[in-house]
Write a protein that binds this ligand. Structure first.
Ligand SMILES: [Zn+2]
Length: 157
């Protein structure tokens, strides 16, 4: 059998054996590539992917769960069209540092939604997971908001 295929299917089997969940969302622990350096990713409908040891990082899981909340709130297609692409671009751009990843609208809004969802937990780490943009930059708001001068409204209850 093709060795690359064997590797992928082994990885898949390993992932399917993992039974961890956070808020009913499956947590998959991956020890490859950027996941080794603390990267994490959420694919709504499938689960949250984190690096080794990070499955116990509640702060990170709450942030990733915020992306699940975005998808629930704004819909799957909106999530994929706007959030996944901006979020990924921002994550990949980390080195260029025009704005920190967490100040991208896809990120701070995930934090904001999670912060509300978990009922404003006292141990929320605001410097690691800010719930508002630190200032206006070209990534602090979604592109469509700049274009049409509309604001995403969050329902504060
Ligand atoms: Zn994120």
């Amino acid at each position: 059998m093709n060795p690359a295929f064997t590797k992928v299917s082994e990885l898949g089997e390993k992932l399917l054996k993992q039974k961890m969940k956070f808020q009913g969302i499956r947590i998959f622990q991956l020890n490859i590539g950027n996941f080794k350096k603390g990267a994490a990713m959420t694919i709504p409908g499938i689960g949250i992917f984190v690096g080794k040891g990070m499955q116990h990082d509640t702060e990170l899981l709450r942030h990733e769960f915020g992306h699940v909340l975005q998808c629930r709130k704004w819909g799957f297609w909106f999530f994929w069209r706007s959030i996944a692409s901006d979020s990924l671009k921002s994550a990949l751009n980390q080195k260029r540092k025009y704005a920190p990843h967490m100040h991208t609208w896809t990120e701070w809004s995930a934090n904001w939604l999670a912060y509300q969802y978990f009922d404003k937990p006292g141990d929320w780490n605001f410097s690691r997971f800010p719930i508002t943009p630190a200032g206006e930059s070209r990534v602090s708001k979604p592109k469509f908001a700049w274009r049409r001068r509309i604001h995403i409204r969050f329902n504060v209850s």
